[in-house]
Structures are given as C-alpha cells and as structure tokens.
Design a protein around this ligand. Structure first.
Ligand SMILES: CC(C)(COP(=O)(O)OP(=O)(O)OC[C@H]1O[C@@H](n2cnc3c(N)ncnc32)[C@H](O)[C@@H]1OP(=O)(O)O)[C@@H](O)C(=O)NCCC(=O)NCCSC(=O)C[C@H](O)C(=O)O
Ligand SMILES: [Mg+2]
Length: 260
C-alpha cells in the first residue's frame, strides 16, 4: 500500500509524548506530521508515548499523520509497529532502515540514516512510500565531525536517486540550530536544489520558511508559463537556450504544483 507524498514540503516531527506540540502540529501548515516514539521520547515515556500517539491519530487531522516507531533492535519495536499498524495513522515511519520494509496494512516510509541504509537505499525505496534522510544519525554512522553536511552529499544524492528511481517522495533531514533562521533557509534551499520534495522539521517556526524555500519563485512560474506557451514539440530556441519536451514537461509539473 502506498501514499503519494511527492511535492509535500514541510514534514514536522514532534515527540508523541508532548500533547501541546500535538495540538500545535494539528493547527499548523505542515504537509505531513510525524509523531515520534523514537529519539525524541525519553526511555521512561516510551509506553505512554505509544498510547498518546494512537489516541492522537484517532483525531481529525487536516494533513496526513504518521507514527515513527522505535528501531528494530529495540525492545519497543514490535509493540510500536503493532500499535501503529492498528491505529488510524496514515503512514508508519521506520528509523535506521537497512533492508526492504515488510508490508503492513498501511503505507510505510523508511529513514536512511546509516552507511548500510545509504548502500541499500534503492532496494528499500521499492518497499515504501518515502525515503527520509536522518542526518543526525547519518553523521554519527559516518563518523563525521559536527557541521559536515558537505561530506554527506553522496549519501543525500544516493537517497534522492533511489527515491526517484522508485517514483516515491524524498525528504531531507532536520536542521538542529533553532536560533539560526538564515542557516535553515540556506539549507532548505540547498535541499530543493538537490531535488528533495521537502525537509524534515523540528519546530513550528521552521514551517513557513520551509514552504517558502521549496515553493517555485514568481520568476520560475512566469518562465514556465512562457515556455509552455512557446513550445511546439522537439527542439526549439526559447529565450536564448535550447528546450525540448522534457523541459516543457518539467514546466508543466511546476505549474501543476503551483496551482495545487
Ligand atoms: C527542539 C525542542 C525540544 C525545543 O523545545 P522548546 O524549546 O520547548 O520549544 P519552544 O518553547 O520554542 O516551543 C514553543 C511552542 O511550540 C511547540 N512545539 C515545539 N516544537 C514543536 C514541534 N516539533 N511540533 C509542534 N509543536 C512544537 C511547543 O510545545 C510550544 O507550544 P506552547 O507551549 O503551546 O506554546 C522541540 O521543538 C521539539 O521537541 N522538537 C521536535 C523534536 C523531535 O521530534 N525530534 C525527533 C525527530 S528529529 C530526528 O531525530 C531526525 C533523524 O532521526 C536524525 O537522525 O536526524
Ligand atoms: Mg535518527
């Protein structure tokens, strides 16, 4: 079972153990909300967070809502998966994935956040609805010093390639520095240039800048409109450059995204 998440931009994570954050997320402009049972939840709250997540997804949500379960090597994993699978959530997110996901009764997404996950991303992508890069765990797995995003470019691009080859959505990782809005915007714009559909977020303040970074600019939209109007099929000269059918298709996709 799959869920079309392509073109969703703002993927907001929050601890399932935080009821105020759940309320805030429901009222937000996030495109996908992920109630976390994994790293954001203290060990002593794992069971109550699972119950809270199941209760929360039973409410009405204006956007798809997911539950992220604990990793396969933890004692909570099986109970989390069973609870999420039986719940009203739209998607189950698995962390630290290194092989194909087993099908559930609902759509699944995989987090690529280890060296093994990156190398298996193409196979994993064929078993799920989205790949999400977990840049914090990935940095640890690759033994990178803090702030070494440039050293992750191969992993980011491999994940994107795997998702595109499987025709599913790809989301970039989180930006941890809550008090650095300029840094967030720069990283989100880079994510868009890399081809990601959107970015994982950890705070409501990151939602609006994320939408802005991934939205097509007015210049892009106007150019796309001119290009679609100008195209006659095959190779043509358009504003000083050669364009062919794939450029027209890309322009149509951009206009379609903008309209939606
Ligand atoms: C990072 C935080 C712990 C910061 O918390 P805090 O300083 O308390 O936040 P604020 O005081 O600014 O909060 C203001 C209000 O906003 C709500 N809030 C905060 N964060 C969220 C959120 N993510 N979603 C919805 N609402 C949120 C607060 O409840 C306040 O509400 P109110 O009291 O009514 O005013 C905190 O932001 C946080 O917990 N963020 C999410 C952490 C998380 O989910 N982490 C796991 C995913 S990230 C990850 O692990 C990626 C991957 O696995 C990897 O390896 O990289
Ligand atoms: Mg992680």
């Amino acid at each position: 079972m799959t869920l079309n998440l392509v073109d969703r931009r703002a993927v907001l994570f929050l601890p399932a153990s935080n009821p105020r954050a759940i309320e805030k997320a429901r009222a937000s402009a996030a495109d996908l909300v992920v109630l976390d049972l994994e790293d954001a939840v203290k060990v002593e709250n794992k069971e109550s967070a699972r119950l809270a997540a199941v209760e929360a997804v039973a409410m009405d949500w204006p956007m798809p809502v997911a539950i992220r379960v604990n990793g396969i090597r933890t004692t909570w994993h099986e109970m989390d998966v069973a609870a999420a699978n039986a719940s009203n959530c739209d998607l189950v997110v698995f962390p630290l994935v290194e092989e194909s996901l087993k099908p559930l009764d609902k759509p699944v997404a995989a987090m690529i956040e280890t060296a093994g996950g990156v190398l298996a991303a193409a196979e994993i992508a064929r078993s799920c609805s989205a790949l999400i890069v977990g840049t914090n765990d990935l940095a640890a797995s690759l033994r990178l010093p803090i702030g070494s995003r440039a050293s992750m470019s191969y992993a980011l691009q491999s994940t994107l390639l795997a998702a595109r080859a499987a025709g599913i959505a790809a989301f970039d990782g989180v930006y941890n520095r809550l008090e650095d809005p300029e840094g967030f915007v720069a990283e989100a714009e880079e994510s868009r240039r890399l081809g990601f559909d959107g970015k994982s977020l950890i705070h409501p303040d990151q939602i609006a800048p994320c939408h802005a970074a991934f939205a097509p600019s007015q210049t892009d939209i106007e150019r796309a409109r001119r290009l679609v109007a100008h195209a006659t099929g095959g190779a043509v000269r358009f504003e000083g450059a050669m364009v062919e059918d794939m450029h027209v298709e890309a322009a149509r996709r951009l206009l379609d995204r903008y309209d939606r």
